[in-house]
Design a protein around this ligand. Structure first.
Ligand SMILES: [Zn+2]
Ligand SMILES: [Zn+2]
Length: 185
């Protein structure tokens, strides 16, 4: 069986946050999950920042990351950026992905505090896990899903909170078909 790998790259997010959600990934995927220890060059973030919008250009950053972090078949990268990002045509995005490579999750809008809530670490963590699974799903080749599924498209934070932290049966079948043995459950 092929050895699958998922590498998590924390850009400007505390590594403790990353270590908190690794067990979720290990529970769902039969893959070697590791954390990139090298310091991320913050210049890439600065170069992707749109001064007018005060947001990160998600597509620009994605291209820079793809250039920097190479993956091979069955290897994916998931990057976490504590920032706010957009793509053309949308006010903001929670994440972005590239099939076969991996994705980026932008955590700023996942924080309960920015919606007037008090900081709730477990809620924040479950939102991060959902968005990580969502972008990884795209990286694996899944599209958006209308089922009660982590691959549902999220327009806002309520949508994120309403979706489950799991792939639906249909999406699981699809992952099994493309990457046999990758799913733990
Ligand atoms: Zn999506
Ligand atoms: Zn689904």
């Amino acid at each position: 069986m092929r050895e699958y790998r998922i590498k998590v790259v924390p850009v400007n997010i505390p590594t403790s946050t990353v270590h908190n959600f690794l067990p979720y990934l290990e529970k769902i995927f039969r893959a070697q999950v590791s954390v990139e220890e090298k310091i991320f060059p913050i210049s890439l973030l600065i170069e992707s920042f749109n001064e007018e919008r005060k947001q990160i250009d998600a597509e620009k950053l994605l291209l820079k990351l793809i250039e920097r972090y190479h993956t091979s078949l069955g290897n994916w990268i998931i990057t976490l950026v504590e920032g706010d990002a957009y793509v053309k045509g949308l006010n903001f995005v929670f994440g972005i992905a590239k099939q076969g490579w991996g994705g980026i999750v932008f955590t700023y809008r996942l924080k309960p505090e920015i919606y007037g809530d008090y900081p709730r670490p477990s809620l924040y963590m479950s939102r991060i896990v959902k968005e990580v699974l969502h972008e990884l799903g795209h990286a694996l080749g899944l599209g958006h899903c209308l089922n009660h599924c982590v691959m549902r498209f999220s327009n806002n934070i309520i949508d994120v909170d309403n979706k489950p932290v799991i792939y639906c049966q249909r999406c699981r079948l699809e992952i099994r078909r493309i990457y046999p043995g990758l799913l733990e459950i």
